[in-house]
Design a protein around this ligand. Structure first.
Ligand SMILES: Nc1ncnc2c1ncn2[C@@H]1O[C@H](COP(=O)(O)OP(=O)(O)OP(=O)(O)O)[C@@H](O)[C@H]1O
Length: 360
């Protein structure tokens, strides 16, 4: 559990940031200049805010009212930056062992190396590693220092698309297998949708909302904050069967989903982000169309935008979906809250990067 309450002012910018987050990955999301780095620096102790109360699992790191302020080295925080910052003259093993007792390495060593898949890299020097491999080593080094909290400040921002895709499954494992809370800063919606347990949305120095990822991503009023193009609900699904024609059958709250082959064993849980722009609505169950995914639902909210667009929230089973359509269609279909509709989505419209491991 992380509890954060920070007040800080510099000329032209005021930060008021209060949130509590349960175990797992808490993603601090906001556009450039929203105050993410200021929060991270305050939590790490690199900045002393005007006023703050910060605690991790009940251990108070800072309480300005009581005159408590622990310096960075006493906070027991592991820090992962955009760039890996490994020692170039040391091997991977040397980097990982930096700052921990020499022998015995113990179970934590084996476990961290296993989770991050870096066994084969141990004798290599950082310059021979890809950016993604370097980041995995940097995460390993941070974890092996035995922190109470892992702070990750845009750890994928410097990597290209394929390297990001390669490292995301390791971050999902970290979320599910490491017991310490992770505060993860990002301005990439796709990353937040994949990794977050809890999302804290920051805008111009204020928390506009915080809550479970499925709730935040399905809220039509937050579409302007997340960006209309990136809006899309996050569904929990389970692999039913891989079919011979290359499609994977999934079950989700709203029924059956068909996606191009998804990695994972039958029965395993997944998290799927379905872009609001890729969902169309129909009042009758459509027949004779190519799209394979048709989910029956009920309109639970409609948000009319300033321009020609609207976002419709649908209740499908106990989950929610978003559809981005035109205001004209809302009127022509006579949509209102409570209306029964069918959401239609093409299988191929779900990007591979939008399918990740579900929280175990
Ligand atoms: N020491 C300072 N003096 C003056 N202004 C500052 C100072 N530190 C931060 N700011 C301002 O505070 C605002 C928030 O900055 P911050 O770096 O926390 O945002 P951010 O969300 O991390 O942005 P980015 O994603 O671009 O890193 C910005 O407008 C920045 O210019």
């Amino acid at each position: 559990m992380i509890e954060i309450c920070i007040r800080h002012e510099v000329p032209g910018f005021a930060l008021t940031c209060d949130f509590t987050a349960p175990a797992g990955v808490t993603c601090l999301f906001g556009h450039s200049g929203s105050g993410k780095t200021t929060v991270v620096n305050a939590v790490a102790g690199l900045l002393r805010p005007d006023a703050a109360r910060i605690s991790v699992n009940g251990r108070m790191l800072e309480d300005s009212g009581a005159g408590l302020w622990l310096p960075p080295h006493q906070r027991r925080i592991g820090y992962v930056f955009q760039d890996a910052r490994l020692f170039p003259h040391m091997t991977v093993a040397g980097n990982l062992a930096y700052g921990i007792p020499k022998e015995p390495k113990g179970a934590a060593w084996d476990r961290v190396i296993g989770i991050l898949g870096i066994e084969a890299l141990l004798e290599r020097k950082p310059r021979s590693l890809s950016g993604g491999e370097q980041q995995r080593v940097a995460i390993g080094r941070a974890l092996l220092s035995g922190p109470d909290l892992l702070l990750m400040d845009e750890p994928l921002a410097a990597l290209d698309g394929p390297r990001k895709d390669e490292i995301l499954p390791y971050l999902e494992r970290l979320r599910d297998e490491v017991q310490i809370p992770i505060l993860y800063v990002s301005h990439a919606v796709s990353e937040v949708a994949r990794l977050a347990t809890t999302v804290v949305l920051l805008e111009r120095g204020r928390v506009v909302r915080s809550g479970p990822v499925s709730e935040i991503f399905a809220d039509p009023t937050l579409v302007p904050v997340l960006g209309a193009r990136d809006a899309g609900a996050v569904l929990e699904a389970r692999i039913v069967r891989h079919h011979d024609d290359g499609l994977t059958e999934l079950s989700c709250a709203g029924g059956t989903l068909w996606l191009p082959q998804v990695n994972g064993a039958e029965g395993s849980g997944l998290r799927v982000r379905i872009s609001a722009s890729e969902v169309m609505l129909a009042k009758e169950r459509p027949e004779g169309i190519s799209a394979l995914n048709v989910l029956e639902g009920m309109v639970s909210a409609i948000r009319i935008g300033d321009g020609p667009g609207a976002v419709v929230q649908l209740q499908v089973g106990d989950a929610q979906l978003l559809a981005r359509i035109t205001r004209r269609s809302v009127e022509a279909m006579g949509l209102n809250e409570g209306a029964r509709v069918y959401a239609v989505a093409k299988s191929v419209a779900v990007a591979r990067a939008d399918v990740g491991a579900g929280i175990r």
